[in-house]
Design a protein around this ligand. Structure first.
Ligand code: F6R
Ligand code: MN
Length: 186
């Protein structure tokens, strides 16, 4: 039997894999994502909002393969809007994805092609099936980092047009200390 070459630490989702990929997004890179542009401009653009680590056991674009990743979003807000990922569609629109919350708490914001938008509660152990044709974004509504494990098809691709064109149909805002889903006016 051959030893495994890849490991997940289930306590924090950390990956130990060959050729670990990584990226980070700072506030200054998240142009036009948050509703309150003035509040965004006042914050330090070097602030890290989220990091992603992932494993590509096959070349991106390979049909029939899978990728595995971990996203960590810091706690914080721009105005009254919580830190979140950019959010995307998959380029091949029918490609689905699994998310599992490892630590922290948040909301998974989902928008389908008709613009219908809803949110699922993310809490340690929550397992989310993101169906194809559904744009997805993770929002950290807690006061500690949220860490989310994901598994998605290697040919899915990422289409961030959801931010520039018809966006998510709602935003998650803090009101009196709690997250609320507010229909987007922008
Ligand atoms: C992969 C996926 C996640 C996100 C990650 C960062 O399909 O959904 O790995 O890519 O949570 O979010 P985005 O890509 O929206 O910046
Ligand atoms: Mn995805």
């Amino acid at each position: 039997m051959n030893p495994a070459s890849a490991f997940v630490n289930w306590a924090d989702g950390a990956l130990q894999v060959p050729g670990l990929q990584r990226s980070e997004k700072k506030l200054g890179q998240l142009t036009g994502i948050f509703r309150d542009h003035q509040a965004w401009q006042k914050l330090d653009p070097e602030t890290i909002v989220y990091r992603v680590w992932w494993w590509e056991p096959v070349v991106p674009g390979t049909e029939g393969g899978l990728f595995w990743g971990l996203t960590e979003i810091q706690p914080g807000r721009v105005g009254n809007e919580y830190f979140m990922t950019r959010g995307h569609w998959h380029v091949i629109r029918n490609r689905a994805e699994f998310y599992v919350t490892v630590t922290g708490s948040g909301k998974l914001l989902l928008t389908d092609r008709t613009g219908r938008t809803w949110a699922e509660d993310m809490t340690p152990g929550s397992l989310h099936y993101v169906a194809g044709e559904v744009a997805h974004r993770i929002v950290n509504t807690g006061d500690m980092p949220i860490r989310v494990t994901a598994c998605w098809p290697s040919d899915a691709g990422h289409d961030y047009e959801v931010n520039e064109g018809r966006g998510f149909g709602a935003r998650i805002l803090e009101e009196q200390g709690s997250p609320i889903l507010v229909p987007a006016q922008d």
